[in-house]
Design a protein around this ligand. Sequence first.
Ligand code: NDP
Length: 292
Amino acid sequence: MQLIDGKTTSLKIQSQIAEKVQQIQEQGYKTPHLAAVLVGSDGASQTYVNGKVKACERVGFKSTLIKLDETTSEEELLQTVSKLNQDVDIDGFIVQLPLPKHISEDKITDAIEPTKDVDGFHPTNVGKMVLGKPTFLSATPFGIVQLLAHYNIETSGKNCVIVGRSNIVGTPMSLLMSRNTQVGNCTVTLTHSRTKNLKEECLRADILIVALGKPEFITEDMVKDGAVVIDVGITRVPDETKKRGYALKGDVKFDEVAPKCSFITPVPGGVGPMTITSLLKNTLQAAEGKKV
Ligand code: NDP
């Protein structure tokens, strides 16, 4: 079994991005600038956004963090999005999800200018991904594709089973794994809460990608010997032995599943760091070629 180390892979890719930033600055092009909007004070969202801002600093990007109160109205948030759309210094921006219940995530996503949508959630960018046209790929699935490429994991002709069909992970992942690209060409099964015989479906997987948000849901009896297992799930589970009062758990029961795998991602330190790196890659792409 080989551990897929998302943290180290991510730092390697980030140092390549940092070199590229230096080059483009020396050539007189503008420094990439990512903005992040955080509404409310959800602990996990704050952690994710802070991680994104820190990563921007590491690679030499400019970053702007806009913190809005939990009570911000949909109209106010739409105005913030509109300002960011028009700000020529901002190359890309994200609105951290989930949003408070009184704000429609669809409305906000649709309002983001597609050329600045570095999360790759706008319908225009999702449509381009479906058609295989150049675009911003959704950060988490893009990160997983890069991990598979980095570890030279063969995907062509393999059975890839994905658990979870969300718009931000499972569904785009299924499209990327079935495309005729270097990482791709899989026969994909996309499963969800209505799937019958989930265990049998999972057992057919050469590559099993799990994103359902239920800690330790995938057990040893659901995984084929030699499978590649990618665990996207990350849930805070109360744990009094930890200083911060919780432990981070993936969707896979790591200790019992890992010995059966050819490759597996840990949680934390697997998919998570790659999501941030993909966001940086998309922002670099958004900024490329713009003069100061
Ligand atoms: P969602 O809650 O949006 O989607 C969960 C999916 O899992 C749904 O499609 C749901 O099916 C399916 N599901 C739920 N229960 C079952 C079940 N018993 N059997 C089969 N399928 C089931 O989650 P996300 O995709 O947003 O996130 C999933 C996990 O990944 C979370 O832990 C999240 O924190 C993590 N995550 C991690 C990221 C990272 O960077 N590491 C980035 C994004 C997410 P149905 O559609 O039928 O309801």
